[in-house]
Design a protein around this ligand. Structure first.
Ligand SMILES: Cc1cc2nc3c(=O)[nH]c(=O)nc-3n(C[C@H](O)[C@H](O)[C@H](O)COP(=O)(O)OP(=O)(O)OC[C@H]3O[C@@H](n4cnc5c(N)ncnc54)[C@H](O)[C@@H]3O)c2cc1C
Length: 651
């Protein structure tokens, strides 16, 4: 049952078995699975609206052309003290389907080592083997649009034992790819990077055409709404209330007096035997904090009474810091996304609408490489003690216990213990001799951008509520998107602390150097790349453009300083917020245990990207779907426990 705002007063049941806060990726998976049992009632409260199935959302070829402002929470980060002191936009989905409505549709699981690290950090059952059945359960994988000769040419050879073929979420390949994809793959091969036949079979290091969350048959976006909600919304035991912004969780059946004073609309309440927070890695921790679950000192500052002192709530925030370098491909008559103007655009649109073929079927990013760490660490002939040369060994040897204290100086001892354990786990997974997880990703588009992103950041950020009432402040610009989204985006401080650990920026510097080697390969030179910025160009020595070595003369301090300055200026979000409500033991700064129940509560779970203790070395949505599938089974709760949710009722 869909409950629009006008029906909210009379359509809600007096109580539900489960209330899910947030109908994004994880929330809709859990709603679907829980409501399979006709005997339980499920309410999803979602702040956003249903998307209108416009081309901006559904057409893969339009990814990267912006999304409707109403579907974005429009967060802005705190000034980034370790970069250039400027803020960054920080987009998050504010719409039924959450991030899956806006995202780039890249579908990668990451490496076996990523999940084995989750288990090793104190989470039994969360290793690769524990997750694999749920990756498969979520997925309807298809090679329908990849003829065998094309698959062979592009090295696409999925291991079908690793894939699901009857799950809700369609995963496949676009039936069009720009020729530049093969140049990139050939270029990476020249550098010795292996081509991965199936990036989702547990080995994540290599270069590849990535599968996408698109529907094979009609080549349009596959998202959590269309996969998990639309087919089951008719279930009488599943209620979805849209445009309802949850402001607080009232844990325990007697906690009715702490409702916020409404500033806009009216506050309403819903009662559930169990509440599942699935509001994403930014808002879930803030909701816990204003509900009295979080670091006691912060809660006191907010004037919120402490129900559970949990230092980890809002700590350990991770993201894949990202920086793009432009190598304008100037080959005459090259067909790329920038060719799609005028008649060419009209033809692409017509072809897509008529046959579901052509350039509109392909997402912005379809070709990527996760190079081996060794390729980034080797600095033949380098004699200059540069930032990168100094810091990259940190990635190879992360076991120095002083690192944690240096990086998180004023943290609770439990947070320090957790971070130290993470560094140890990172050391293992980055250096695993056969099945390492990658340190860096290079994403190639069709016009010449090679975007780098740090896969296993050492920096840790924070999320912090700024007021007990998350709808306290007025929206920044009335009329730009949703008023409640604007308000909440300004009462939550998001500080990713990009490059707080200098090794992250150093790795990006090293990535920029690797980019130069990539564009200097024979295969990439066919595209006639022309660097779009002075820092994207080779350093002082022309020898740096040779594909045979990474350094030599160009590894001088000027070049290093130029690259580092460029990185500091251009780093932005990789859209992979995670870790802020980590699944870790409580004495390691954890917020939830392996069943994703919040410590100190019995009927409150968090199920979203925030629970990843270490962000995976890949695009993260596949992991979020799998996590939600794994915990989507109903739980039996003791009698007498209940939780209320208070939310802003929209008139
Ligand atoms: C622009 C963009 C591009 C991305 N590209 C990729 C990609 O190509 N590949 C990939 O793997 N991943 C990508 N991601 C990441 C991926 O989409 C997210 O990791 C994923 O959506 C996280 O799922 P979640 O369930 O944790 O949160 P979300 O999907 O963000 O869902 C949270 C939901 O909760 C709702 N909500 C929040 N607060 C409240 C409240 N107070 N009351 C009610 N409802 C609330 C939100 O509106 C939202 O619908 C991208 C993300 C973005 C934003």
């Amino acid at each position: 049952l869909l409950i629009p705002p006008r029906n909210i007063t009379h359509a809600l049941l007096p109580s539900y078995d489960y209330i899910i806060v947030g109908g994004g990726v994880a929330g809709l998976v859990v709603a679907n699975r829980l409501s399979e049992d006709e005997g339980v009632t499920v309410l999803v409260l979602e702040a956003g609206e249903l998307d209108s199935s416009s081309a901006a959302v559904t057409v893969p070829g339009l990814i990267g052309h912006g999304f409707p402002p109403a579907y974005n929470w429009n967060f802005t980060t705190a000034p980034q003290a370790f970069l250039d002191n400027n803020t960054r936009d920080y987009g998050q989905g504010h719409v039924v389907g959450g991030g899956s409505i806006l995202n780039g549709a890249v579908m990668t699981r990451g490496s076996r080592a990523d999940y084995d690290a989750w288990q090793a950090l104190g989470n039994p059952g969360w290793d690769w083997h524990g997750l694999l059945p749920y990756f498969k359960k979520s997925e309807r994988f298809s090679m329908e649009d990849v003829p065998p000769e094309r698959a062979a040419a592009l090295h696409i050879r999925p291991d079908m034992s690793m894939h699901g073929t009857d799950g809700p979420l369609q995963v496949g390949y676009p039936n069009f790819l720009y020729n530049q994809s093969t140049n990139f793959l050939r270029g990476l091969s020249e550098l010795g990077v292996p081509l991965l036949p199936d990036p989702n079979a547990g080995v994540g290091v290599g270069a590849m055409i990535v599968p996408a969350s698109i529907m094979a048959r009609n080549q349009s976006r596959a998202d959590s709404r269309r996969a998990y909600l639309d087919p089951v919304l008719h279930r009488p035991n599943l209620h979805l209330a849209i445009q309802q912004t949850v402001t607080r969780i009232l844990v325990g059946s007697s906690a009715t007096s702490s409702m916020a004073v409404p500033r806009v609309g009216k506050l309403a309440r819903a009662y559930g035997v169990e509440v599942i927070l699935a509001a994403g890695a930014i808002i879930s921790p803030a909701l816990l904090q204003v509900s009295g679950i979080g670091p006691a000192a912060l809660l006191r500052e907010l004037n919120v009474s402490v129900r559970v002192d949990l230092p980890g709530v809002g700590q350990n925030l991770q993201d894949h810091a990202m920086v793009g370098a432009f190598y304008n491909y100037t080959k005459p008559d090259l067909f790329s996304t920038s060719s799609l103007t005028g008649d060419s655009l009209a033809r692409a649109k017509d072809e897509y609408l008529t046959n579901r073929t052509g350039p509109w079927t392909t997402p912005l990013i379809s070709t990527v490489a996760f190079p081996p760490l060794a390729l980034l660490l080797t600095t033949p002939n380098s004699t200059v003690p540069t930032t990168a040369a100094h810091l990259l060994p940190t990635l190879a040897n992360l076991t120095d216990p002083s690192t944690a204290k240096q990086h998180l100086p004023d943290s609770d001892p439990s947070i320090l213990r957790g971070y130290t354990a993470q560094l140890r786990a990172l050391h293992r997974l980055l250096n695993h001799h056969r099945r390492a997880s990658p340190a860096l990703e290079i994403m190639a588009d069709s016009v010449g951008t090679l975007t780098l992103s740090v896969q296993h950041p050492l920096s840790r950020g924070t999320v912090r509520a700024l007021a007990a009432d998350l709808l306290l402040v007025p929206a920044a610009e009335p009329g730009s998107g949703s008023a409640s989204a604007g308000r909440m985006a300004r009462t939550i401080a998001v500080d990713p602390r990009y490059c707080a650990h200098a090794a992250d920026c150093a790795l990006l510097v090293r990535g920029l150097r690797l980019n130069r080697r990539v564009v200097a390969t024979r295969a990439m030179q066919e595209l006639v790349p022309r660097p779009g910025a002075p820092w994207a160009r080779a350093g002082p020595s022309p020898s740096s453009l040779s594909s045979s070595g990474d350094g030599g003369d160009d590894e001088d301090e000027d070049d290093e300083a130029l690259l580092l300055a460029a990185v500091r200026l251009h780093v932005r979000t990789g859209f992979h917020a995670s870790g802020s409500t980590s699944m870790l033991p409580r004495d390691r700064g954890g917020v939830v245990g392996p069943r994703l129940v919040v410590y100190g509560t019995r009927n409150l779970r968090v199920v979203d990207a925030g629970v990843m203790p270490l962000v995976v070395g890949a695009h993260v949505q596949a992991a979020v779907y799998a996590v939600a599938e794994k915990v989507g089974a109903p739980r039996v709760l003791p009698d007498g426990f209940g939780a209320d949710v208070s939310f802003r009722r929209r008139r």
